[in-house]
Design a protein around this ligand. Structure first.
Ligand code: HAM
Length: 426
């Protein structure tokens, strides 16, 4: 049987990679502007990291992890998200001792969740994300959100909306938890077995259950915003104030609880409003996580960040029909008019590449006409034909493929012309 891709994964083919590079470069450049540095953590981690970090009553941990035992019987898991690994690394490398606080990090890489694949939902997907660890200043919340919004604007995605909420501090969450238990307890037998198990363990998770999200009790559940204590209310007001100051509009949605356990205070999601995008529209989700550093045995340190699904961003770009600027094309195709010119062609192509000029030649023993056709197919901006005469005189005929113009150039002139043309393209 023909071996095919595992379900929920995909190849990124050469004709798509330009868009990926475009997104990656934009993200890197914006992160640098906001002074975030890149961090790369392993693809797999000890399973316990996610059980303790993401939470053992979340869907991710109970149903979606790719967990395996290595040859020594250790339980390892392909990372389902980036925050727990980054915080682990922050603690392991004692970044809390760094004089430069907060520590601002970004990442870009594959994540793995055993979910039912559909448009915008895969088993291996890519997240670009950031984490700012070491400050509880509400202006960082606005900064993190603004970085994501600026990224979307810079790639030409206009039709998006920001939803924010606050889950409050520990005290507020405890009060809300009690209210949720009292709310669901009398009718909990109408809920799925997962929700029944969550009732006393983590009732907040009932609110984002994929099975019971339409149940009237979910819709009428007590809102966290009614349980925020003064401090949490004030914190949330400041975050909103900073967003207002930098001109970012938002909607407050008290049902936004997020699917991971580590959140408190600010949570947010950025949705694509493109029509026909399908059920899953969240491009980016994040929030604050005070307590996660401590959970991994580091000092009490606040953090905030987001993760963005690159495949979903690509779908949104497609729906919005955003044109990605084309990468630099092929500058020059060097054509061999006869066998005797082959060595000169190899030498010339090599020389152009040494000068950083993209150059191509024929490798299929094509006749002159077929080489011209190949140059056309590869969208070469210029062609040069090398035959015995050219080798003898040291002058080559350079053809601008767009205008059809042709002129004689020496080797040195060939390089300067192509270099100038490349600079003009930048
Ligand atoms: P999350 O909401 O689980 O948060 O994922 C963030 C984003 O990853 C989602 O909004 C979505 O775009 C993308 N995503 C998630 N699952 C899939 C999937 N199966 N297929 C395609 N895309 C997917 C987190 O992962 C947190 N670590 C975010 C964060 C960072 N919070 C604080 N810092």
């Amino acid at each position: 049987m023909e071996i095919q891709l595992p379900r929920g994964t995909r190849d990124i083919l050469p004709n798509e990679i330009e868009t990926w590079h475009f997104l990656e470069n934009k993200f890197r450049s914006i992160c640098e502007t906001y002074r975030y540095s890149e961090i790369r953590t392993p693809i797999f981690e000890h399973t316990e990291l996610f059980e303790r970090g993401v939470g053992d009553s979340t869907d991710i941990v109970t149903k979606e992890m790719y967990t395996f035992q290595d040859k020594k019987g250790r339980s390892l898991t392909l990372r389902p998200e980036g925050t727990a690994p980054v915080v682990r690394s922050f603690v392991e490398h004692k970044m809390f001792g760094d004089v430069k606080q907060p520590v601002k990090l970004y990442y870009n890489g594959p994540m793995f969740r055993y979910e039912r694949p559909q448009g915008g939902r895969q088993r291996q997907f890519t997240q670009m994300g950031i984490e700012a660890i070491g400050s509880d200043d509400p202006s960082i919340d606005a900064e993190v959100i603004s970085l994501a919004m600026n990224f979307f604007r810079s790639i030409g995605l206009e039709n998006i909306s920001l939803i924010i909420n606050s889950l409050g501090d520990k005290e507020s969450r405890l009060k809300h938890r009690e209210a949720l238990i009292a709310h669901f307890e009398p009718q909990i037998d109408e809920f799925c077995s997962d929700c029944q198990a969550r009732l006393y363990k983590n009732p907040l998770r009932i609110l984002d259950c994929k099975t019971d999200h339409e149940h009237p009790l979910v819709k009428s559940a007590p809102s966290i915003l009614d349980f925020l204590n003064e401090e949490s209310k004030e914190y949330f007001a400041k975050v909103k104030g900073f967003l207002d100051v930098i001109g970012i509009s938002y909607t407050v949605d008290p049902t936004l609880v997020r699917g991971l356990d580590y959140y408190n205070h600010t949570t947010f999601e950025i949705m694509s409003d493109e029509e026909g995008f399908g059920a899953k529209t969240t491009l980016c989700g994040g929030g604050r996580y005070h307590g996660l550093v401590q959970e991994f045995d580091g000092p009490d340190t606040p953090g905030i960040g987001f993760g963005m699904g690159v495949e979903r961003v690509l779908l949104a770009l497609e729906k919005a029909q955003v044109k990605i600027p084309a990468a630099k094309g092929l500058s020059c195709y060097v054509i061999s008019a006869q066998e005797e010119a082959d060595e000169k062609v190899v030498q010339l192509v090599n020389m152009l590449r040494d000068h950083g000029i993209s150059a191509e030649k024929d490798y299929q023993k094509r006749k002159l006409k077929a080489q011209l056709k190949d140059a056309d197919r590869k969208q070469a901006k210029y062609t040069v034909i090398i035959g015995e005469d050219e080798i003898r005189t040291g002058e080559y005929s350079l053809k601008n493929m767009a205008t059809g113009e042709q002129f004689l150039v020496t080797e040195t002139e060939l390089i300067t012309t192509l270099e100038e043309q490349a600079e003009g393209d930048e």
